[in-house]
Ligand binder design. Sequence first.
Ligand code: NAD
Ligand code: TDX
Length: 335
Amino acid sequence: MKLLVTGGAGFIGSNFVHYTVKNRPEHSITVVDKLTYAGNKSNLEPVADKIEFVQGDICDAELMDKLVSETDIVVHFAAESHNDNSLREPWPFVETNIVGTYTILEAVRKHQKRLHHISTDEVFGDLEIDDPNRFTEETPYNPSSPYSSTKAGSDHLVSAWIRSFGIQATISNCSNNYGPYQHIEKFIPRQITNILSDIKPKLYGEGLNVRDWIHVDDHNEAVHLILDKGVSGETYIIGADNDHTNNKMVIEMICELMGKPKDWYEHVTDRPGHDMRYAMDSSKLRRELGWQPRYTDNNGMREGLKQTIAWYEANRDWWQTEKDAVEAAYAKQGQ
Ligand code: NAD
Ligand code: TDX
């Protein structure tokens, strides 16, 4: 199959490309990526001779028309993805996440290709800390931030194009990912690179917020199962059942794994509108497609974090030049 991977120079997209080249060599890959601050062509360096790379914007209708016409399946990762940035400047989120997805949908409709749309658990809003419920494919949408509302909008567009125009498409909503190549503005790599820079990790508010942390390879394996066996028109929830780990516990685990006292961190200003708890019920994906994550529970997360820490230690050149600017932007907000 020919895959067109949007956003393939970003965190999850580049891991998807590496994973596919290694484990699914039957696929050929074209990556289209605008190379925003979050995209880095060097993320694809190890597989550069095995893929085609096009620098371009998913909002460019002419380009997307051409690229989609030449592929079998579009795997759509490209997005503005960071909540804190969406609170500082929402417009790029509206443009890329909504207009970009619309542009892809129109090309998919015209050329009768297939689409897999990558989305997030954040479209469902949040749960109270003691709420035993988990998000399922039937949970109503209730997004909180400019980021999550534009992702919700993009999901609705995909559903409407399936129903109104009969396009072949699937959607997946995944929880928080971690692993190599994640931008250092995000929670886990920010704390790892803080410690490597002798800066104390920064915990928003009390740090009781819960995320269902999933290793990026487990997410990408699920995406491949959906490409192989997913039913058009269906949505699949992806989560690792790690939903008892709050941010404070994650920082303590990172401190411990990096040889610092467990409490070597500081509390900083909380995120406005900060979602409290996400929890995912991925039983449909497990039951219908046979998905089984490898990095489950706290032991799995410790193992995944150890590998991730080792990657940031070994790849200082990848993040060092951006560290001061990222921290300066956070410092302006007291974070
Ligand atoms: P990322 O910010 O690391 O990467 C996004 C990539 O998209 C970058 O390479 C960037 O250059 C590219 N891009 C942005 N705007 C573009 C445009 N207009 N045209 C072409 N390329 C553009 O994001 P990520 O964390 O890898 O997330 C990938 C996808 O997964 C997103 O759709 C996100 O909503 C979703 N998701 C992320 C997580 C997570 O924890 N990171 C969890 C669930 C879902
Ligand atoms: O320095 C920090 N300290 C802190 O306590 C940062 C950067 C974050 N946090 C908190 C906020 C969140 O509760 O950690 C948690 C995780 O924060 P992020 O890494 O910014 O992720 P989140 O906002 O939960 O969203 C992520 O998961 C869902 C991705 O960025 C999204 O793209 C994805 O859709």
